[in-house]
Design a protein around this ligand. Structure first.
Ligand SMILES: *Cc1c(COP(=O)(O)O)cnc(C)c1O
Length: 384
């Protein structure tokens, strides 16, 4: 039920024949369209693409060319972005690092801070210990306080690990200034694949209260980072992005002065619909009356989202014909490597290809080499 405009099945089959399988096909035309839609519907918001969703230099380059900034959460991601964009023509913006990269992991090890300091980055924090660490190891960073907000109804919960309680927020801002650091703004994350738009409304309301109290106490901040969570259109149950954008625009206008800089960290929204996986049937058995197919890709690889991302990707056959509910497994020896227990599939044979759409986010990114099976090969196309 893909809603993004996918490469045609002819193109998928041709690419699989040319490159072999499993094959992860990224369409940069869709990527540019997603970025353009985000900007068009949220004109006040600068998008910092959350690199962890699909950390590929080709994706970073295309997004940079269209005007994106980046959210990184490890020194590896920071270097990946920095090395990818540092040779590209600079945009008109003045302060390269701050405008282009935010380091949005509230907990950073000391070596990471020491390496980051030279770039004068924006970094998030949410506790007093991190203030001490930043003061010692990255005193030139600009700080962004991450606050905890409701994650109810988001598919992937992100609030139990990070975030200052709203009640302690202004004290943490004051503590950072007292330590000689500069706090630039606030951030939050409503949880990934957020289906409950009220999370954003509550988070914005909390943020407005914190910003106001901080200003009253003599700490006016200049930016608000509304995080990620923007849902990808995996199926018809996902409410349209334009409806979320309408809510956000109304609340941003109502709650915040025009001068406040607003940024966001969309990961999934940018890349989920950009990729299609083509895999091959490598084994077939009937067990307890159920047809079982074994693919050369599974949950230790491109289907890792089934496990880590609570995401189910329909498996589609290129073949037509009457279907039966079949189990679909990955290639490793672990029974956890189960893609689906009930997929309506026609009669397939060894060597037949199947495909899954909208598999661009949190998929290839968390592939392993478990059991000696390498991650899927990646190809980048431009429209298909
Ligand atoms: C993972 C993450 C994101 C991206 O979230 P999506 O739901 O994919 O948009 C953004 N910001 C932070 C801090 C994250 O950890």
């Amino acid at each position: 039920m893909g809603i993004g405009i996918m490469p045609t099945t002819t193109v998928l089959k041709r690419l699989a024949k040319e490159h072999g399988t499993p094959l992860f096909i990224v369409d940069h035309d869709v990527l540019r369209r997603n970025f353009a839609e985000f900007g068009r519907r949220l004109p006040r918001v600068q998008a910092y693409y959350a690199v962890k969703a699909a950390p590929m230099p080709e994706i970073i380059k295309t997004l940079y060319d269209t005007g994106a900034s980046f959210d990184v959460a490890s020194i590896g991601e920071f270097r990946l972005v920095y090395e990818t964009i540092r040779h590209l023509p600079a945009k008109e913006r003045q302060d390269f690092i701050w405008d282009k990269i935010i380091y949005a992991n509230p907990i950073k090890d000391r070596a990471t801070l020491e390496e980051l300091d030279a770039y004068r980055p924006l970094v998030t924090y949410d506790n007093p210990d991190e203030i001490r660490k930043i003061r010692k190891h990255a005193p030139h960073a600009g700080l962004v306080l991450r606050i905890r907000v409701p994650n109810t109804g988001s598919i992937v919960e992100l609030s139990s690990k990070f975030g200052a309680a709203p009640g302690e927020a202004v004290d943490l801002i004051a503590a950072a200034f007292d330590a000689g650091l500069v706090v630039e703004g606030l951030s939050f994350h409503v949880g990934s694949q957020c289906m409950n738009f009220d999370n954003y409304v509550q988070a914005l309301t909390l943020s407005a209260a914190v910003l106001e109290e901080a200003a009253t106490r003599g700490y006016p901040l200049r930016l608000l980072d509304i995080g990620g969570g923007f849902p990808a259109p995996y199926d018809g149950n996902v409410k349209a992005f334009r409806d979320l954008a309408r809510v956000l625009n109304l609340e941003l206008r109502r709650l915040f002065p025009k001068e406040l800089e607003i940024l966001a960290e969309p990961g999934r929204f940018m890349v989920a619909t950009t990729a299609t996986l083509v895999a091959e049937v490598i084994g077939k058995a009937d067990r307890d009356g159920k047809r079982c197919y074994y693919l050369n890709d599974g949950i230790y690889h491109t289907f890792s989202g089934v496990f880590f991302d609570h995401c189910q990707y329909p498996i589609k056959a290129f073949k037509k014909g009457p279907t039966q509910l079949s189990a679909v497994f990955g290639p490793t020896c672990d029974a956890l490597d189960t893609i689906s227990q009930a997929e309506p599939l026609p009669e397939l044979n060894l060597g037949d290809l199947v495909y899954s759409e909208n598999i661009g986010a949190y998929s290839h990114a968390s592939s392993t080499w478990f059991n000696g099976f390498p991650p899927a090969k990646v190809v980048h196309i431009d429209g298909g």
